[in-house]
Design a protein around this ligand. Structure first.
Ligand SMILES: NC(=O)c1ccc[n+]([C@@H]2O[C@H](COP(=O)([O-])OP(=O)(O)OC[C@H]3O[C@@H](n4cnc5c(N)ncnc54)[C@H](O)[C@@H]3O)[C@@H](O)[C@H]2O)c1
Ligand SMILES: [Zn+2]
Length: 375
């Protein structure tokens, strides 16, 4: 399929009262950033925050897109990678924003994947007690997940995302053409989060993905459709439960097992987040089947699709070897989904029918993991 140069925008509303905002999705939509910002915040200065990889490929286009503003545009480029979500980089980013005279009426633009979005969003939350920011996500993961919903954070040596704030952006512009330069492994990992929306609450979307995933990878209208459906699903959940006291937990499908695997792999290139979540979702469906919540064949269908796109679905596929069941269990128990010894898991009664189970016995999980690891 040949992808068009520019497509009409699909706009998804995140309905949060006075903090509502649009997610604009479409091929070539980066070019519209300037006019959108001019409408939203006439006269604002903007600071574009990016990482070296993204800056090399897309910063010039982003600067050109906002150059029609008569205002000052500054750029701040940080090193790529998870280690940038640190106090050190946060401090220098905050200093840079202040020295570029970004003030209360101005805008920060986060141009990058989830790392830049989380870091620039957190800086926006704290510099001058809160500045507005725009997300321009450049990875599939950030277009369907991290740029929407207002979670911002840096990492602590004790764990990921432990220091942060809820701070919603004022606009998200997801230009699907930016994903053309994304390494295929990163795209595939992000696809795990797309499949997640089908698996957790939308069986029809899951069936559509089974039939159309190749077109999503190829980059035509199917890609935009998949991103729009994903954003609509996330926006609806965030609108119902902004601070994750109930429904928003469903977005953690596959994440309790997944985070444990990521930790076991040292949050390294050995296992990308989406790859860990793919294995985690496979485990969540298999564990649900084992508890008699859904037929084994339904769990197998979920796993089959993840495997078909080339995602790992079994612990043995972790590069450099899988952790043993006890190590994995200790890591599961450290996840934030644990309250007073009882484990909270997102389980499923079928494809598209996930629910929050707050009363899972640790021993059941341990036995399940032992079996999986010996298989
Ligand atoms: N805030 C949330 O709700 C939320 C949700 C999920 C994940 N996250 C966070 O998101 C982060 C992961 O985000 P990610 O997967 O986007 O990783 P990332 O930001 O590290 O990007 C992955 C890699 O791709 C490169 N890249 C980005 N866009 C590119 C492009 N268009 N072309 C070529 N290369 C490109 C980056 O430089 C980087 O090397 C984690 O820190 C995670 O904690 C946050
Ligand atoms: Zn995730």
């Amino acid at each position: 399929m040949t992808a068009p140069l520019r497509s009409d925008a699909t706009v998804v509303d995140v309905a949060l009262g006075e903090r509502s905002y649009d997610i604009v999705i479409g091929r070539g939509q980066l070019a519209t950033l300037g006019e959108r910002i001019a409408k939203l915040r006439p006269g604002a200065r903007v600071a574009i925050v990016s990482d070296e990889n993204v800056a090399r490929l897309h910063l010039e286009a982003a600067v050109a897109a906002v150059a029609n503003l008569t205002n000052q545009v500054s750029t701040i480029v940080l090193p790529p990678g998870e280690s940038t979500k640190s106090f050190g980089h946060l401090a220098s980013l905050c200093d840079d924003l202040i020295s570029h005279r970004i003030e209360r009426n101005d805008l920060i633009i986060a141009l990058g994947g989830g790392v830049i979005g989380d870091l620039a969003g957190f800086a926006a939350a704290i510099v001058r007690r809160g500045l507005d920011y725009v997300q321009v996500p450049t990875t599939l993961l950030s277009q369907v997940d991290s740029s929407v919903g207002g979670k911002t954070a840096i990492d602590s040596p004790q764990g990921k995302n432990l220091i942060g704030a809820f701070h919603q952006p004022v606009l998200v512009v997801a230009d699907t053409a930016l994903l053309d330069t994304l390494p295929e492994r990163e795209f595939r990992a992000g696809y795990a989060e797309v499949a997640k929306y089908g698996l957790l609450g939308d069986a029809a979307f899951f069936a559509w993905l089974e039939a159309n995933w190749r077109d999503v990878f190829a980059g035509g209208p199917a890609r935009e459709h998949a991103i729009a459906v994903s954003c609509r699903a996330k926006a609806a959940i965030v609108a119902r439960d902004e601070r994750e006291t109930g429904d928003r937990m469903l977005l953690n499908l596959g994440h309790t097992f997944g985070h444990a695997l990521e930790a076991a792999a040292g949050f390294s290139e050995r296992l990308l987040h989406g790859e860990a979540i793919s294995i985690g979702m496979a485990l969540a469906f298999e564990f649900s089947a084992r508890r008699g919540l859904l037929p084994q064949a339904e769990a197998e269908r979920a796993v089959r699709h993840l495997a078909a796109v080339g995602l790992p679905t079994h612990v043995s596929q972790v590069q450099g070897g899988a952790p043993d069941a006890d190590r994995l269990m200790n890591l599961v128990a450290q996840d934030k989904m644990v309250t007073r010894g009882k484990l909270t898991f997102i389980l499923a009664r079928g494809i598209g029918a996930a629910f929050v189970e707050r009363d899972v016995d640790g021993a059941d999980v341990r036995n399940f993991l032992r079996e999986k690891l010996s298989a």
